[in-house]
Design a protein around this ligand. Structure first.
Ligand code: SAM
Length: 472
């Protein structure tokens, strides 16, 4: 039975509804009148239902796909301008009691070195990240109640926020840890986290159970209902994601959008972000063993579809993807990217010998943060180190209301310019600083409100004179 408002996973992610949706999409994939109608609806920037989105995803007409890409680009510009938010993952521990067959942290893997950072080691990692210029982290840990209990995660968050090295500071810590209890989500909310991120991996229950044969993560319903518990615990911003390659992508996209619709229907606010990871090679993991891998073309189509289906939800792409793929999907709606990521435990402060790697997966984009920032600006984007929204209480429905009315640009654009200026002053190479200074000068003119523009100009001068952390 399909019930969007039910709190039971199998009812709000109804397999029956997904199958009916995919059949409907197959039936209508060449119905140009319907496809035009759906594209016209998407043009109003109010989003699409999972059924409408599934029809577009099934459509193979090249002209219509191009229209969809153009629309994704246009919607992205309307809601996010040319800003791209920067972040880095920080791996705290790879101890894990689960048996996820695609992840090298799985319990049976006796070859991967197990590591857990001490608070002193976390300090070293954070200083290394601050020295690159990062202000926003996503902390990552395997699931292990003995080695990585919630107290360890909370202490680590506290440590991260407390470190002020030179002009550096981590101003937002997002958290990607296993599904947990309402009580623990309350503790995370009290610790001042940004977004709680949890990838569904796959929405297909039967496959999910096979892919997670052992450990607490085996419980599909507990995992799928985690975002409801997180919101009940007071976390306003949650991030969804699917690990593409595990199941059929059309099934996953329908499930993902149904999950977003469910959160909006029950909590009045949809997901803050959606991530689109694809399976990568890792120690003991061969991606070719998973036969649902998707091509770069399909990947781009999925990104464009998400952008037009949930226009006000941020989209995240990690260094799992190459520079070339990232470049393509930035245009189609991605709003956040990681830079200079290490997926090993302790990999920022100290490089690991290759044969002793604790990494979760191989990264495809190995550039430094300065190279990524430089590249983004050359492509016409503003790399943003802004973390102001959640620090100013603009989370959950308050953020969504502003975003839906496109007002968010009035704070995000100036904040992006000011945090970029901080980056240029404190961390950038000479070439990046030259390009960035020029870009900021041009972008100031795009601030329509004269009062705000004058204030930004003053703050930019203050930043040049050593002051930090201005925000709207
Ligand atoms: N332990 C937490 C959990 O259970 O959700 C945190 C997850 S892990 C540190 C972050 C994510 O990496 C996983 O949710 C999974 O989607 C992804 N991942 C695992 N193995 C991967 C691989 N071989 N390639 C790409 N991504 C992978």
């Amino acid at each position: 039975m399909y019930d969007i408002k039910s709190l039971k996973a199998e009812e709000f992610i109804s397999d029956e509804e997904i199958r009916a949706t995919l059949a409907y999409a197959d039936e209508h994939k060449s119905d140009m009148a319907l496809i035009d109608e759906i594209l016209n609806k998407a043009r109003q920037c109010k989003g699409l239902t999972h059924r409408e989105a599934s029809v577009l995803l099934a459509c193979e007409d090249e002209g219509k796909i191009r229209e969809m890409y153009d629309l994704a680009e246009d919607i992205k510009k309307q809601f996010y301008g040319n800003r791209i938010v920067m972040f880095a993952p920080l791996y705290l521990s790879n101890y894990c009691v689960n048996g996820c067959v695609y992840c090298p942290y799985h319990l049976k893997n006796k070859c991967i070195p197990r590591k857990k950072l001490t608070q002193e080691e976390i300090k070293r990692e954070v200083i290394a990240l601050q020295d690159m210029g990062h202000k926003r982290l996503a902390i990552e840990a395997g699931e292990d109640p003995v080695n990585n209990p919630i107290e360890y995660i909370l202490e680590s968050i506290n440590t991260i926020y407390s470190i002020k090295h030179k002009n550096g500071a981590i101003r937002r810590v997002n958290v990607n840890i296993a599904a947990t209890t309402v009580e623990n989500y309350k503790k995370l909310a009290d610790a001042g986290i940004g977004t709680y991120i949890l990838f569904q991996e796959t929405y297909h229950k039967e496959s999910y159970e096979k892919l997670h044969p052992t450990g607490p993560k085996h419980d599909y319903c507990y995992h799928t209902e985690a975002m409801d518990r997180a919101m009940e615990g007071g976390i306003d911003d949650v991030g969804l994601g699917v690990l593409f390659g595990l199941e059929l992508y059309r099934y996953e996209c329908a499930g993902l959008l149904m999950h977003a619709e469910h959160l909006e229907a029950v909590h009045g606010v949809g997901p803050h972000t959606i991530s689109v990871p694809r399976i990568k090679k890792a120690q003991d993991i061969d991606p070719s063993a998973f036969d649902n891998s998707i091509s770069d073309e399909i990947f781009a189509k999925i990104c464009a579809l998400i952008r037009i289906s949930v226009p006000y939800t941020g989209m995240i792409i990690s260094t799992r993807e190459s520079k070339e793929v990232r470049e393509k999907v930035l245009r189609l709606g991605v709003s956040q990217i990681s830079g200079a990521s290490r997926t090993s435990v302790g990999g920022y402060a100290e490089a690991e010998p290759e044969d002793e790697s604790s990494a979760q997966f191989d990264v495809s984009d190995n550039r430094t943060l300065d190279e990524v920032v430089n590249w983004l600006m050359r492509l016409g984007y503003i790399p943003s180190f802004c973390t102001a929204c959640y620090r100013e209480g603009r989370t959950g429905d308050r953020f969504m209301d502003l975003c839906k009315s496109k007002q968010i640009q009035n704070c995000c654009h100036p904040n992006a310019l000011m945090t970029l200026k901080e980056y240029l002053m404190d961390y950038a190479s000479l070439d990046t600083r030259v390009i960035g200074t020029d870009l900021i000068l041009r972008e100031i003119l795009n601030i329509p409100n004269e009062k705000v523009r004058k204030l930004v100009i003053q703050h930019l001068k203050d930043i040049r004179n050593g002051q930090r952390d201005f925000r709207f």
